[in-house]
Design a protein around this ligand. Structure first.
Ligand SMILES: Nc1ncnc2c1ncn2[C@@H]1O[C@H](COP(=O)(O)OP(=O)(O)OP(=O)(O)O)[C@@H](O)[C@H]1O
Ligand SMILES: [Mg+2]
Length: 336
């Protein structure tokens, strides 16, 4: 049966080929329920920002379609813009102005009537806990305050859909947490749909109801984080023995649901289904073959593991590029 309710976002077979011939999106499809929090997770260059630029009507797709609450983003761009609040990946503030002045400019851009601007600016400032800092120049803000101010700008028009491109990139863990608390408070109050792009697995895992994994311009899987983690294939187990694992390999290979992912010298890493139940048997078997365990670590599969299992790639591999993005944001902020 066709879905009865309009989706917050509906993307079908979206293709974007840039001028130079770069195929950034290769037939990408996804849909986002109204009221949900949906993350797109993927390495550098996967096409996240390109998708977001199309959804926010800044770019026109080469082919395929995208709609926001049933409105086509190309044909009905000006109506779409009124429904979304957008926090871009790039810096979007004037650093030589105060927080208050920045918000006033955005209030004007969003077409908020002059007599209401002051109230709305005050409201979003206190919502993002920036009231005290509002008369300071933005270039003196911390990374977290800076990002919260950018989010405040996007919220002034009370959007039905919030689109955030890397909302916490480059922030320390406590600033990241505060940014998310503020987003969630706002969402709770206004029942906003939240769509965000991220490199950070833990944020997708913690805050998103559904996660779409994006690689090379395609969605390869969409599911709630828990389901994605299950696709990683089982618990991760690390063992260090008192001698070379050569004597243990045959024995381990016989264990059902056990897969060796790396081994060298006395160390071995495995994926084991239901590790806590199976491990005692493995340990006993190793000991009866004269092998002692010097170290053992077990952890549940993470989204990162699922990503590797499904794509063969690791998001963290692109760390270098993330650092570039971060320092770029810092440089602009300091006015360099
Ligand atoms: N304006 C442009 N002109 C040409 N190619 C572009 C342009 N913008 C992006 N690209 C290319 O399109 C691909 C997708 O880029 P995009 O910025 O959408 O990825 P992303 O997933 O947001 O990456 P990141 O995680 O680094 O933000 C990349 O290969 C990128 O180099
Ligand atoms: Mg991007």
């Amino acid at each position: 049966m066709e879905a009865f309710f309009t989706k917050a976002i509906e993307v079908r077979d979206l293709v974007k080929i840039y001028g130079g011939g770069v195929k950034a999106l290769r037939g990408l499809s996804l849909s986002v329920e109204e009221g949900s929090i949906h993350a797109i997770l993927g390495p550098n260059g996967a096409g996240k920002t390109t998708l977001i630029r199309i959804l926010t009507t800044q770019l026109v797709p080469t082919s395929g379609s995208a709609s926001i609450f049933g409105l086509d983003v190309v044909k009905r761009a000006s109506e779409v813009r009124k429904l979304i609040g957008y926090v871009p990946q790039e810096v979007s503030l004037w650093t030589d102005l105060t927080g208050y002045e920045n918000l006033l400019i955005y209030a004007k851009i969003y077409g908020i009537p002059p007599e209401r601007r002051k109230d709305i600016v005050e409201e979003v400032l206190s919502m993002m806990e920036l009231k005290e800092a509002s008369n300071r120049l933005v270039k003196t803000y911390s990374g977290g305050m800076f990002r919260r101010l950018e989010i405040a700008c996007a919220l002034m028009a009370k959007p039905r859909l919030m689109i955030l491109d890397e909302p916490t990139i480059g922030l320390d863990p406590s600033a990241r947490k505060t940014v998310w608390e503020k987003i969630l408070e706002y969402k709770k109050e206004y029942k906003t749909t939240v769509f965000f792009a991220t490199h950070y697995m833990d944020e997708a895992e913690k805050y998103a109801g559904e996660v779409s994994l994006i690689v090379s311009g395609n969605v390869i899987e969409t599911a709630p984080p828990d389901e994605l983690r299950k696709k990683a294939g089982g618990d991760r187990v690390y063992l260090k023995l008192d001698k070379s694992i050569d004597g243990a390999r045959d024995l381990l290979m016989k264990v059902e649901g056990l897969k060796i992912v790396r081994e060298s010298g006395e160390e071995i890493e495995m994926i084991v289904n239901g590790a806590l139940t199976v491990l005692p048997t493995i340990i006993l078997a190793l000991q009866s073959n004269g092998l002692q365990i010097k170290e053992i670590r077990i952890r549940e599969a993470t989204l990162d593991d699922a990503f590797i299992a499904l794509t063969g790639k690791r998001i963290a591999e692109e760390e270098g590029n993330i650092r570039e993005l971060i320092s770029e944001r810092k440089m602009i902020r300091r006015g360099a």
